[in-house]
Design a protein around this ligand. Sequence first.
Ligand code: ZN
Length: 223
Amino acid sequence: MRFTMMKFLIFGPPGAGKGTYTTRLKEKLGIATISTGDFFRDNVKQGTSLGVLAKQYMDKGQYVPDQIVTGVLREWLAKPETQKGFILDGYPRTLKQAEDLKSLTSMDAVINLVVPEWVIIERLSSRRVCPKDGTIYNVRFLKPKVEGMCDKCGTPLIQRPDDMPDVIRERLKVYEDMTKPLLEFFQKTEMPIVSVECTEVDIPPEIMVDKILAALRGRKLIE
Ligand SMILES: [Zn+2]
């Protein structure tokens, strides 16, 4: 059986490593990826008209409205590079977007990364960042040469407010509240949900990617 097109969604809580896995899956499967979040950030950086529009919402900490995000997606789906298949990251975020997506194209499956809260907290709370140049360290596995100092510039490292355990718990709750109705929606529409568990803090990305590929193969979604 030939799989001419592979169209997946990827869901995963903050700190799950979704971006890393998506990049590796893209290479292994030879398909395109789009992160709607990255897309808007790029447009903001380049100052495109879409970027200017999106920035008004992002500056207020609001989501870019469904209509705008879906418009972007529609354009992207028409591009040559998406014709072999793709992974969508960061979309849909709302039921309206899930319905829009269904009317735009038929997806093959949701890759659902399941990571326990303690793993996420352990991972994110061990992250340190240089406030001057943004270099990221990890006190568990990516330690600076001198404890608490940036290798590049010697500035004392800080913990981002976003990476404090209480804030992480809140972010995870927001994610759960958003994802639950979406997974229910996909279940109702009989889209396969391929859940892949990660119960280790320092699991190497290639191991997780192999687990994801094995799970997709197990469901006969890829060769
Ligand atoms: Zn630095």
